[in-house]
Design a protein around this ligand. Structure first.
Ligand code: AMP
Length: 297
C-alpha cells in the first residue's frame, strides 16, 4: 500500500495503474479516518470487486458546523494505515486541508430537497460540504465504483442523487451497517462516549428493532411509528432525541399519514434517528418495505 498526500501524485498513480491494467476497475472508499470495522468492510468489498482500491482519509472542514466537533474529531493516521492496508487498500490518500482547499471554494454543490430533513435540518450546510468534497474526491480519483455505508443513509441518498443529476461516471455502492455485538452501529464518534453513555447507546438499535416490529402492526401509520420511536428513546435517561422520523426512501419526503397496510407493496421507508449523549451525537436508521402478501407475487 502506498500513502499519498498530493492530488497530482494520486492522479498519476491511478492513471499508471489504469495504463498497466486495461479494463481493470478502480474502487474508492472516502472516509474521515479513525478507521474501524465498518470502514474496513467497505474497503474489503472494494478490494473484492476491483483491481485497485483507493481509500481517502480527510476530515473535511466544510461539512462541520461552527459549533461541531471538527477540532476534536478523533485522528490516528498510523492506525488508519494499518487498518486500510489489512483490509486491502492499495492507495491511501491523506491530503491536508491546504491540499484540498488551497483557497476558499467559490463553487459548492448544493443538493436540495433531500437535505431538508434529518441531519440536513439538524446540521445546516452539512450536506453542501459533503456534496462538495465528494464531488472533488470523485474528480480526483475517478473511480468506477464508490462505496458508502448505509449507516449514513441520507448521505447515500444525497450522493446518489448528485451523481445522477450531474452524470458522474461512477456507480455508487451502498453497503450494510456494521455493528458492535450489542447492536450499536460502529462509528468513529463512539470513542467520545463514557461507560454509562456507551451502555445506554444501545437504545438506538433497540428503537429501530421496535420500529421494525411495530411497522407490521395493523393500522400503524408513519406518524405513530415516529412517536413510538421517540417514546422508546426516552427509556434511556441520558439520551436526548435530536430527531426520530419515518420518511419515504430514497426521496426522504414525509409520507402521507395513513396506515402502512393501505400502502402499495414495494413502498419503501426509512426509520431514522439522531440521539445525543452529552456532546456526542449518534445516528442510525433502518429501511422498511411493504412486502407483497405471500402468494400474490
Ligand atoms: P466516516 O469516516 O464516518 O465519514 O465514514 C466513511 C464511510 O464509512 C461512510 O460511507 C460511512 O457511511 C461508512 N461507515 C461508517 N460507519 C460504518 C458502519 N458502522 N458500517 C458501515 N459503514 C460505515
Amino acid at each position: 500500500m502506498r500513502t499519498i498526500e498530493s492530488i497530482a501524485e494520486l492522479r498519476a498513480a491511478v492513471a499508471d495503474w489504469r495504463r498497466a491494467h486495461p479494463g481493470g476497475t478502480v474502487g474508492f472508499v472516502p472516509t474521515m479516518g479513525y478507521l474501524h470495522e465498518g470502514h474496513a468492510s467497505l474497503i474489503r468489498r472494494s478490494a473484492a470487486e476491483n483491481g485497485l482500491t483507493v481509500v481517502s482519509v480527510f476530515v473535511n472542514p466544510l461539512q462541520f458546523g461552527p459549533n461541531e466537533d471538527f477540532d476534536r474529531y478523533p485522528r490516528d493516521p498510523g492506525r488508519d494505515r494499518r487498518v486500510a492496508e489489512a483490509a486491502g487498500c492499495d492507495l491511501l490518500f491523506m491530503p491536508s486541508v491546504d491540499e484540498m482547499y488551497p483557497r476558499p471554494t467559490a463553487t459548492r454543490v448544493v443538493i436540495s430537497g433531500l437535505t431538508e430533513r434529518l441531519c440536513g435540518a439538524s446540521r445546516p450546510g452539512h450536506f453542501d460540504g459533503v456534496g462538495t468534497v465528494v464531488a472533488k474526491l470523485l474528480h480526483i480519483v475517478m473511480p468506477d465504483h464508490a462505496y458508502f455505508g448505509m449507516k449514513d443513509a441520507q448521505q447515500v441518498a444525497v450522493i446518489e442523487r448528485m451523481v445522477e443529476d450531474l452524470n458522474f461516471p461512477v456507480r455508487i455502492v451502498p453497503c450494510e451497517t456494521v455493528r458492535e455485538p450489542d447492536g450499536l452501529a460502529m462509528s468513529s464518534r463512539n470513542v467520545y462516549l463514557n461507560a454509562e453513555e456507551r451502555r445506554q447507546a444501545v437504545i438506538l438499535y433497540e428503537t429501530l428493532q421496535l420500529a421494525e416490529e411495530k411497522f407490521l402492526e395493523p393500522g400503524m401509520t408513519p406518524g405513530k411509528l415516529a412517536e413510538a420511536m421517540r417514546e422508546s428513546i426516552r427509556r434511556a435517561p441520558l439520551a436526548v432525541t435530536d430527531y426520530a422520523e419515518v420518511l419515504t426512501w430514497p426521496d426522504l419526503r414525509l409520507p402521507e399519514e395513513r396506515p402502512f397496510d393501505a400502502m402499495p407493496p414495494g413502498s419503501r421507508f426509512i426509520a431514522a434517528l439522531a440521539v445525543r449523549f452529552g456532546r456526542t451525537r449518534l445516528i442510525d436508521n433502518r429501511l422498511l418495505e411493504i412486502r407483497t402478501p405471500a402468494g400474490k407475487e
